[in-house]
Design a protein around this ligand. Structure first.
Ligand SMILES: NC(=O)c1ccc[n+]([C@@H]2O[C@H](COP(=O)([O-])OP(=O)(O)OC[C@H]3O[C@@H](n4cnc5c(N)ncnc54)[C@H](OP(=O)(O)O)[C@@H]3O)[C@@H](O)[C@H]2O)c1
Length: 321
């Protein structure tokens, strides 16, 4: 089968699409024919081994899993001897933020990890685009005690995380203001926020004391800039560590602070995120934002470079079949 391989951490130029043997499932695994996968920002971290802390999970000196890819949607083709909850022919999706070798025609995946059946009527591209960014959005939102009608500012509505966050927050009935580039206004409006700010036209920093929660989904702001727009006990979360890892330092320093503070969440419990988004999809309250570009294995280096550029819209799908 064809797969995207890399033996060391590094840029996409070092990747190679090669023929390798089709894997056989261990007793607790299933073999999945990968119908759709994405190239996402987690793939960039796992493939470059940066930030270096990620290597504690992905392999200290070289990647533990030589095939790239973190998520999949596909069809079970074979069951390991101990698997009873799934059947051959089941349509499933899964995600592992430490890498799962899903940029391949087939992947073996342990059922103890984050894998669910795809709801009836939902296609592979749609479902796989509900995995990565949504997991982080769920994890950043659930660290804040939000009640309906609270005011939330989401900086960056067109990333995988931001576009998911806006929809999840609206499903929770909070008031959402989203910030994006003017060119992306219509894309972001379609996600359903209450207000959209085009950053070239209006400065969100004028909304003094307006927000209970500022969520910078693209990691481009700083606490010092956003602090004035927070209410007295407001919370700031960024998807990035910030200059000199300041968001982590502020979060540690402010753990017991009573006023405005920073939280830096470590995302966990992928199955819970997947269950949350599945419910929202079934209720018609969630539709992943898809980039207009889709890629094939031959274009995998291009797909990685595109995603690393920070210019994608939502989720970038890659097809192996
Ligand atoms: N903490 C974690 O565990 C974790 C996990 C995964 C990802 N991340 C980080 O989260 C960030 C977001 O990732 P993502 O996949 O959601 O999205 P992404 O691919 O980084 O987002 C790209 C989108 O954000 C827009 N954008 C860029 N700068 C902006 C700004 N200053 N204001 C508003 N919009 C802006 C871009 O618009 P244009 O195309 O128009 O330029 C583009 O559509 C990345 O920095 C990533 O490294 C963190």
């Amino acid at each position: 089968m064809k797969a995207c391989l890399r033996l060391n951490y590094g840029p996409p130029e070092t990747f190679q699409v090669a023929d390798i043997s089709k894997p056989a499932p261990k007793p607790d695994e299933v073999l999945v024919r990968v119908m759709a996968t994405t190239v996402n920002r987690t793939d960039i971290g796992v493939s470059t081994g940066k930030p270096y802390a990620i290597r504690a999970f992905t392999g200290l000196f070289s990647p533990k899993i030589p095939v790239t890819g973190t998520d999949f949607a596909g069809v079970i083709e074979e069951l390991g001897a101990e698997v009873t909850d799934f059947h051959v022919g089941d349509r499933v999706w899964g995600f592992d933020d430490n890498g799962a070798g899903t940029h391949a025609e087939y992947v073996t995946f342990p059922i103890s990890k984050a894998m669910l059946k795809i709801p009836e009527g939902v296609d592979f591209d749609f479902m796989v685009a509900c995995a990565e960014g949504t997991h982080y959005a769920v994890n950043f939102i659930n660290k804040v005690n939000l009640t309906p009608d609270m005011q939330v500012l989401v900086i960056g509505g067109t990333g995988a995380i931001g576009s998911a966050a806006i929809q999840i927050l609206k499903a929770m009935q909070v008031q959402v203001t989203a910030v994006c580039f003017e060119a992306d206004l219509e894309i972001v409006k379609a996600l359903g926020p209450d207000r959209v700010i085009a950053l070239e036209r209006e400065a969100f920093t004028r909304d003094l004391g307006a927000y209970d929660f500022v969520f910078d989904s693209v990691g481009k702001s700083r606490f010092s800039i956003c602090k004035p727009v927070l209410k007295e006990k407001g919370v700031y979360i960024s998807s990035e560590l910030g200059p000199n890892w300041e968001n982590l330092a502020f979060a540690l320093k402010g753990r017991f602070a009573k006023g405005k503070r920073v939280i830096f969440p470590i995302p966990s419990d992928i199955p819970a995120s997947m269950k949350t988004v599945t419910k929202l999809v079934e209720w018609g309250k969630f539709k992943p934002l898809m980039d207009s570009r889709k890629f094939t294995p031959i274009q995998i280096k291009e797909a990685f470079s595109y995603v690393a550029s920070g210019k994608k819209t939502g989720n970038v799908v890659l097809h192996w079949h």
